[in-house]
Design a protein around this ligand. Sequence first.
Ligand SMILES: [Zn+2]
Ligand SMILES: [Zn+2]
Length: 118
Amino acid sequence: MLIAICKECGARMETMAGLKVLCANCNMYCDVVIDDPARVLMPTRLTAEDGHKFLLNGEYKIQTYYPNEGYCGCGECFECTMENGMKEEIDMEVPVPWTMIKDIYQRVVEFEKSKKNK
Ligand SMILES: [Zn+2]
Ligand SMILES: [Zn+2]
């Protein structure tokens, strides 16, 4: 048994399958959405208008390392011997760009669409 939600009144009822179910509340065959705990309704794209950018932008970061141009490496000078002194590499956190987040999301949407069309 699946749980169907009436699109008209929001009533929940059991169903075997199908997109139309006799809704006791509306007293007619109503369009329903199947309430699958493994799935939620998702928009087809992420947008700033819907608050997705505010939610995700800057939220994920990648740790990157790049060579320290000023690194000495002699092991004797002040810079090299001081605690927490110069390092051969500088690490930096780079936020995952908003455009990339959208691209990843879009890829999943297209993938789900392609499954549905089969
Ligand atoms: Zn209903
Ligand atoms: Zn040095």
